[in-house]
Design a protein around this ligand. Structure first.
Ligand code: CU
Length: 666
């Protein structure tokens, strides 16, 4: 059973147990003996099933069950035991005709079990991982308070003494003081627990996670403002200058449809930036009329940190009328893209993105095809108002290709959700993932590729004498058609929805990697979930990392040359494309199964619900780097933190998304 299915089953069983305990409590209060007994039995059985689902889930990782094992189940177990002991015997007796089955104490105990079941369910969704002492205390206080309130409502002065088995005495002599004592004591316990829980939640939390490595030690500090590229192109390299002006524009798609876009230079996607390895890229970003401000982030490109385009961290956002110059050497060949990183959940979605392709200087690494005689298409996939637009074209695009011609398709997912990519009509190789060449990629056919948000893959093949179709999300009327000649016949695309997904963790041939990931200097675990957390100073139902939202998630501290290992766990029911700036990470394993194919270096990896990924990298690019979910609305809702090198400081505030600055030209 998949972890997702287990998580969903556990949620369902948790909810059912709450319903069953409530049903038992209410029917008991109404003295419906048979129904109450049946509901009580059902509640006990569902609670036992719950224990099984939690035990199974625990086998997938402590992260998935911590709050259930430490709080939800003990609370429910204690309340359920009390409920069975108090209500069970009387119900059984009533079934045999003795008494009416009910007692105030029994009703209170059964309803308390219901509150405990409900509390455990809510804590999973609101608090998540890790369970804090504060959450535990507040939860216990709430359940006890609900029990006390119920006792007040249910207990009738005359009946309860007899029902609870207390010796009947004239009212006012023993019973009233005893009940008062219980109420006062209970109230004091509740108030203490609630107070302590609230107090603990207000304590300051560490602002830095060390991942098992040493703390801040560097005496010298380097400002991010100084971590800019100041060199020249490699020998023989050119300087490639661009001016990108961010502005609003109405863009007309080939179908005639018009979209109100935010653009670079009025185009969607923005101007394609291309270079040859070793060239110097210099881009002046201007902002014409994007009030929120803009930046340029070079997705997947390991630029110097000062050129990374993270507003509030590596620069101030560029406001209307201002500009900023980015400069870096194109040392990495491959397929990349750029986009705004300011209010990117809006800006990128509306069109502030473009492609960056760097071809190798010596002609190798580009699928052993010389540029002169190959078809090389860069295909950013973006969704505008529900329509998939590939390289700025909606509907189906047809290209003529000569049989025997080598073809390279560079797919870029510029959306916030994954796309399913199928290449039909030819065997092909996945030559590169996230711009980095794979080792020994074998020929595959009739498979689909899962392209994470922000991710890229380069597909290479030799054009056959028949049609080749690129199908996105199994949409047979869209995509791309490569035609060997004008009358190539039927352009109908077969149904691709049943094709299996190619698992890149087992694709290609193994090769040596530059470090031993087992000897990591630092290890950080990021558990991704939803919960109530502070985001930008406001409480929100946030997308969280370890129970917190940006900017309250501790920075991850690293030192230069550290081998850093990440464990990324997805406890939620949504996919999270994890993206670290400034570094590619090596995939080590998914759900405990090691990667066995080509070394897989990526800058974005999709952590699907219930999955646990292990990745590693060498900290070789000093700076303060955003480390976040590339589902951009998720990042905006808190799922974003910083990886900070020891000794590096920022003059820009340090919290992502600071308001636009002016005239920050360099
Ligand atoms: Cu996400």
């Amino acid at each position: 059973m998949s972890t997702t299915l287990l998580m969903v089953s556990d949620h369902v069983v948790a909810l059912l147990s709450g319903v069953a305990w409530f049903a038992a409590g209410v029917t008991l209060a109404l003295r419906r003996v048979r129904t109450a007994l049946a509901a009580l039995v059902a509640a006990v059985l569902v609670t036992l099933v719950r224990m099984v689902t939690v035990a199974l889930l625990a086998g997938r990782g402590w992260w998935f069950v911590q709050e259930k094992v430490l709080l939800g189940l003990p609370l429910l177990g204690a309340a359920a035991t009390g409920a069975v002991l108090l209500a069970g015997p009387r119900l059984l007796a009533a079934r045999r005709g003795r008494g009416d089955g009910g007692s105030a104490a029994g009703v209170v105990a059964v309803l308390t079990a219901a509150y405990a079941a409900l509390a455990g369910f809510v804590v999973t969704f609101v608090g998540g991982y890790p369970l804090t002492p504060s959450t535990a205390l507040i939860t216990i206080a709430l359940v006890c308070a609900a029990a006390l309130l119920t006792a007040r409502v249910v207990a009738t002065p005359a009946g309860s003494a007899a029902e609870a088995g207390v010796a009947q005495v004239p009212e006012g002599r023993r019973e009233i003081p005893r009940r008062r004592f219980v109420a006062w004591t209970g109230g004091a316990v509740v108030a203490t627990a609630a107070g302590a829980g609230t107090g603990l939640s207000l304590l300051p939390t560490p602002s830095t996670a060390l991942g098992g490595g040493p703390g801040l030690s560097s005496p010298a500090t380097v400002s991010l403002a100084g971590l800019r590229f100041s060199g020249s192109p490699a020998p023989g390299g050119a300087v490639r200058r661009h001016v990108l002006t961010a502005k609003k524009a109405t863009v007309r798609l080939p179908s005639g449809r018009e979209i109100d876009a935010w653009t670079y230079n009025g185009e969607v996607p923005g101007p394609a930036i291309t270079a040859v390895q070793g060239d110097l890229i210099e881009v002046r970003l201007r902002n014409a009329d994007i009030e929120d401000g803009v930046t340029l982030h070079w997705h997947g490109y390991d630029v110097p940190c000062g050129d990374d385009g993270a507003p509030g961290v590596t620069q101030m956002a560029v406001g209307p009328g201002a500009d900023f110059v980015y400069r870096f050497r194109a040392d990495q060949a491959g397929t990349y893209w750029y986009h705004t990183h300011h209010a990117s959940h809006v800006g990128v979605h509306k069109g502030l993105y473009g492609t960056l392709v760097v071809r190798p200087r010596d002609g190798t690494g580009a699928g052993d095809q010389s540029p002169a005689q190959r078809m090389d298409l860069t295909l950013p996939v973006h969704t505008f108002e529900g329509s998939v637009v590939i390289a700025g074209r909606d509907g189906r695009t047809v290209h003529d290709a000569s049989p025997g011609e080598p073809v390279r398709l560079r797919l870029i997912n510029t959306d916030s959700v994954p796309h399913r990519i199928v290449l039909a009509g030819t065997p092909f190789r996945v030559a590169a993932v996230d711009g980095r060449d794979l080792n020994g990629p074998g020929e595959v056919a009739d498979v689909s590729l899962h392209l994470a948000a922000g991710g890229r893959c380069d597909l290479v093949f030799v054009m056959p004498y028949t049609l080749v179709a690129l199908v996105v999300d199994d949409e047979r009327d869209g995509g791309l058609l490569l035609r060997p000649h004008a009358d190539a016949g039927d352009a109908r695309v077969e149904d691709t929805s049943g094709l299996p997904e190619l698992d890149l963790l087992g694709y290609g041939a193994p090769a040596a990697v530059p470090f031993d990931a087992r000897k990591a200097d630092r290890h950080f675990t990021m558990v991704l979930d939803r919960g109530v957390a502070m985001v930008d100073g406001r409480p929100a139902y946030a997308q969280t990392v370890n129970g917190r939202g940006h900017p309250s998630i501790p920075d991850q501290l690293v030192a230069e040359d550290d081998i850093v290992r990440f464990t990324v766990v997805n406890r939620s029911l949504e996919t999270h494309p994890w993206h670290l700036h400034g570094h590619a990470v090596l995939i080590l394993s998914r759900d405990g199964t090691p990667a066995t194919g080509s070394p897989l270096w990526v800058d974005t990896f999709d952590v699907r619900p219930g999955e646990t990924w292990e990745v590693a990298f060498r900290a070789a690019n000093p700076g303060i780097w955003m480390n976040h979910c590339h589902n951009l609305p998720h990042a905006h809702q808190g799922m974003m933190l910083r990886l900070r090198y020891d000794g590096v400081t920022t003059p820009f505030g340090g919290s992502h998304g600071a308001s636009p600055g002016h005239g920050a030209t360099t």
